[in-house]
Design a binder for this molecule. Structure first.
Ligand SMILES: Nc1ncnc2c1ncn2[C@@H]1O[C@H](COP(=O)(O)OP(=O)(O)OP(=O)(O)O)[C@@H](O)[C@H]1O
Ligand code: SF4
Length: 287
């Protein structure tokens, strides 16, 4: 894993201490904006938290476009300070959320910050949020590979990151950026859990017939994953109800438990859990 380059030892020690009680850390990345990365992060958190024995945390570091508060039904919430740091906002007892959106006075406020200030905030989120004992920390990142990505990988590498899930759509323009994202992960030695192809076909709610709305011209994510030697975790079909549930701040997985998109989500979430458990066992063996 990349060293927390440039971070003073005291800072690294603070981060380590704070994140010691976080068992698994998963970054959600995308090459392009608008492919459904935040939706995926929100539903991954909901899906993991459906198991009431698991404590789940969702951190939104999409500093310029934080959409997690709305998707989690937490719009208008503010960050509270407690004796031991910033308190997450809880959707359920076992699902806590922290987002830059909680620091804005209105959801329409624009955040225009330069690199150092963004990095400072990311560090503060990692060091000052009192998550408590957590099984899974899901981090929703901005699209592309920017300063924020480097910062979070550097800071989190002070402990360990299980890996990254990369969300894409089937079109070549989106896949091109995923290849860059994969190369970024390899450069910074961030393990890749796998790729999710979102908006992959449309299942008609009446006849269940599947149509390709964005027909892949070069084999889609499946071919790209083979070529780049990464796992395809699954394909999530287009379902307009996903957007409606998110806009209401509800979990689509709970609202439409039998839909093809939910079934696909469940499979993907299970694969991520299996990966994390295996990764943890391997780390324990090495230590
Ligand atoms: N499988 C899906 N079917 C239908 N709509 C979807 C699906 N996944 C996501 N969406 C919708 O697509 C839009 C973009 O999703 P989202 O905001 O999650 O993208 P994003 O990649 O996080 O974008 P950005 O990085 O720019 O914030 C939203 O309106 C969301 O409801
Ligand atoms: S797929 Fe078939 S049932 Fe569904 S809308 Fe189209 S024609 Fe109608």
């Amino acid at each position: 894993m990349a060293e927390a380059a440039g971070a003073p030892e005291a800072e690294v020690a603070e981060l380590r201490a704070r994140l010691r009680a976080v068992r698994h850390k998963v970054l959600v990345l995308s090459g392009k904006g608008g492919v459904g990365k935040s939706t995926f992060s929100a539903l991954l958190a909901h899906g993991l938290a459906a198991d009431e024995t698991k404590q789940v945390a969702l951190l939104d570091i999409d500093i310029c476009g934080p959409s997690i508060p709305k998707m989690m039904g937490l719009e208008g919430e503010q960050v509270h300070q407690s004796g031991s740091g910033w308190s997450p906002v809880y959707v359920e007892e076992n699902l806590g959320v922290m987002s830059v959106g909680f620091l804005l006075s209105s959801p329409d406020d624009a955040v225009i910050w330069r690199g150092p200030k963004k990095n400072g905030l990311i560090k503060q989120f990692l060091r000052d949020v009192d998550w408590g004992e957590v099984d899974y920390l899901i981090v929703d990142t901005p699209p592309g590979t920017s300063d924020e990505h480097l910062s979070i990988v550097q800071y989190l590498s002070a402990t360990h990151i299980d890996g990254a899930v990369i969300v894409t759509t089937p079109q070549e323009v989106s896949l091109q950026d995923v290849r860059k994202e994969i190369n970024f992960c390899r450069k910074v030695k961030l393990p890749i859990i796998g790729v999710v192809e979102n908006m992959s076909g449309f299942v008609c709610p009446k006849c269940k017939n599947e149509s390709q709305i964005f027909p892949p011209t070069t084999g889609g994510a499946e071919k790209m994953c083979q070529n780049m030697n990464v796992s395809l975790l699954g394909k999530v079909p287009l379902d307009p109800e996903i957007g409606k549930s998110c806009d209401r701040g509800q979990s689509f997985l709970a609202e439409a438990p039998e839909s093809p998109a939910t079934l696909s989500y469940r499979n993907i979430i299970q694969r991520i859990q299996e990966y994390c458990e295996q990764h943890h066992l391997q780390e324990e063996k090495i230590m």
